[in-house]
Design a binder for this molecule. Structure first.
Ligand SMILES: [Zn+2]
Length: 309
């Protein structure tokens, strides 16, 4: 089964919607690492949320959604680019003991220091252009509420999310109120100003179990059968990690020569596994020397010893 993201608008209303259905992408994330059940639920919900939010991005680049935790879960990261390539990972505290039914606050906000971070990272940055980053306290008991609160406060966008994930599927529904200034709808009709309250009320009948058990086409019919909806061409999210040897090398370089040399002296070679996809990278002394080669005159890089031709 292919993963699907379906965008739609309510006709003559300033409300847009999206439904996403991730099974293959979600399976691929889970295949790379085993997570406790409660972590799976939260990470899976973030995966759908990231796909839903990035489908509305107006730039070519990636959205990175992070929750920095102060409980048994230290970090949850989901990335989604404009092509709907997704990757996700979680870092747990050492010896974390996590109950199956642990809630989001229990996982990441045990001491009230949890942070929610959204980064918008354009792919082809203009000179001097930085990624945009919004950091807010973790405000909400669920992934959906945290994002809704963020969108309202930081983006001034009324957004509602329904998210659910289990072992096999991650699904989500987004409704967003579009800004308008009382003008006529695009069709020339009077805008349907009650549509936001009405569609949110309809969607609020959706229970977690129903969201997990029902494909998005059926969900759309079931929830909004009385509404006039215009659907767009479906898009297909998938798992993809964009890690490369070069990026890992740059990360090592940022640690600094001294740090790397001392690690090499101790370990002989550096082994790094990508947190997202598990790809294994190794850097030996020669590889590491090459990383810093540009910074130092080449002569000083040459080993002393017998002359070369
Ligand atoms: Zn990777």
């Amino acid at each position: 089964m292919t993963d699907i993201l379906q965008k739609f608008v309510f006709e003559d209303a300033y409300v847009r919607g999206e439904l996403v259905d991730l099974s293959d992408t979600w399976k691929q994330v889970q295949a790379r690492r085993a997570y406790p059940r409660a972590v799976k639920t939260v990470l899976g919900e973030m995966l759908s949320a990231a796909a839903l939010l990035s489908a509305n991005l107006k730039f070519n680049g990636a959205i990175v959604m992070q929750i920095h935790g102060d409980g048994p879960v230290r970090l949850l990261v989901v990335e989604c680019d404009s092509e709907l390539n997704l990757r996700a990972t979680a870092k747990l505290a050492e010896n974390a003991d996590i109950a199956d039914d642990a809630t989001l606050p229990q996982l990441v906000n045990a001491h009230g220091h949890g942070r929610f971070v959204i980064t918008l990272d354009p792919k082809d940055k203009l000179p001097g252009q930085q990624a945009y980053q919004g950091v807010v306290p973790l405000d909400g008991d669920s992934v959906a509420t945290v994002i809704e609160n963020y969108m309202l406060r930081s983006e001034q966008l009324d957004t509602k999310l329904w998210l659910a994930a289990d072992d096999t599927v991650s699904r989500g529904l987004l409704l967003q109120k579009l800004p308008h200034d009382g003008r006529l709808a695009p069709s020339g009709a009077n805008p349907d100003l009650e549509a936001w309250d009405r569609t949110v009320m309809l969607a609020s009948t959706l229970k977690r179990e129903e969201l997990l058990a029902t494909d998005i086409e059926t969900l759309m019919r079931r929830l909004f059968w009385e509404e006039t909806i215009r659907v767009f061409d479906p898009r297909h999210p998938h798992f993809q990690c964009n890690c490369t040897r070069e990026k890992v090398g740059n990360m090592l370089k940022m640690l600094g020569r001294e740090e790397i040399d001392s690690a090499l002296a101790e370990l002989g070679r550096l082994a790094i596994d990508c947190d997202f996809c598990g790809q294994h990278y190794e850097f030996d002394a020669v590889d590491c020397a090459q990383l810093f080669a540009g910074d130092t005159p080449v002569e000083t890089m040459m080993p002393a010893g017998p002359a070369k031709h």
